[in-house]
Design a protein. Structure first.
Ligand SMILES: O=c1ccn([C@@H]2O[C@H](COP(=O)(O)O)[C@@H](O)[C@H]2O)c(=O)[nH]1
Length: 278
């Protein structure tokens, strides 16, 4: 059996060749309406196919938000399965935004869902929540390593409510978020060119005071609809800018339903973000 190329190495290559932009696939009911689509499975299918067809051959990462597919039940999940496969076939890395977190034994089932190459939702990476304890993520970390996939751990989320948990002080005197970041850095120790365990750090946060040197990718949501701009990135990420994967959903999707307009919006965002990240 051949050893798969680790996600971190695949992501670095994609960022170097396509630029670091991640576009989120978030089929909000309001966006379906804006695109002239019905808020049903047929509308979801058309929306998703349009985004994948327009962008999967050019952006480094596509990030479907699982919740928007789950709300349609099994037929919505079937649309998600096709989107993952089609996006990967077209060359994009797929980051499943599912934010799973549970006790270890249940985490193993989530890992089977997203990180087992034989599964219908197998993705290049998945978002997970460490707030049942970082150790509870072990089954996902191990499954990802076996598959050559990645795991993005919520550290400092883009929403204002995150601070009450993430900036709380631990018994050791640091913040909860820093403890998470330190554990991510341990997972990535020695990885070259980039570890496969990422951190989620909102682009909305300004200077967090956190040490973001985790030797892994830093997913930066919050650009566009949540108010952050490319100009905010240097303040948030400082010396870690090279590892930032800036993520935009509505800010690009609002350009649809024209495929050309989606491509133009993604290209304009990519250029602005690349300039800001140096
Ligand atoms: O801290 C986080 C973690 C994840 N997200 C997700 O990213 C997108 C953001 O969508 P926009 O339309 O660009 O605001 C969405 O799927 C969130 O669930 C985040 O925003 N913040």
């Amino acid at each position: 059996m051949t050893t798969p190329t680790p996600f971190g190495a695949r992501l670095r290559r994609a960022m170097d060749t396509r630029g670091p932009l991640c576009v989120g696939i978030d089929p909000h009911a309001a966006l379906l309406a804006d695109w002239g689509l019905d808020d049903n499975v047929a509308g979801l299918e058309r929306f998703t196919r349009t985004v994948v067809d327009a962008l999967a051959d050019r952006v480094a990462v596509l990030k479907p938000q699982s919740a928007f597919f789950e709300r349609f039940g099994s037929r919505g999940v079937a649309v998600l399965e096709s989107a993952v496969a089609d996006a990967r076939d077209a060359g994009a890395l797929v980051l499943m935004d599912a934010k799973r977190g549970d006790i270890g034994s249940t985490m193993a089932a989530y890992a089977a869902a997203y990180l087992d190459p034989a599964g219908p939702l197998f993705s290049d990476a998945v978002t997970v929540s460490p707030y049942l304890g970082f150790g509870s993520l072990r089954p996902a970390l191990e499954a990802a390593e076996r598959a050559g996939s990645g795991v993005f751990v919520l550290a400092l989320t883009s929403n204002p409510e995150g601070a009450e948990v993430q900036r709380a002080t631990t018994a050791g005197g640091g913040t909860v978020a820093q403890a998470v970041l330190d554990r991510i850095a341990e997972e990535n120790a020695g990885a070259d060119p980039l570890g496969s365990v990422g951190a989620v750090v909102g682009a909305t946060l300004g200077d967090t005071g956190a040490n973001l040197a985790v030797n892994g990718p830093l997913l930066a949501p919050g650009i566009g609809a949540q108010g952050a701009t490319a100009a905010d990135l240097p303040k948030v990420f400082g010396d870690s800018a090279r590892n930032v994967v800036p993520s935009i959903s509505r800010g690009v999707l609002r350009a649809g339903p024209s495929a050309a307009a989606l491509r133009d919006a993604a290209a304009a965002a990519a250029e602005e973000l690349a300039r800001a990240l140096g």
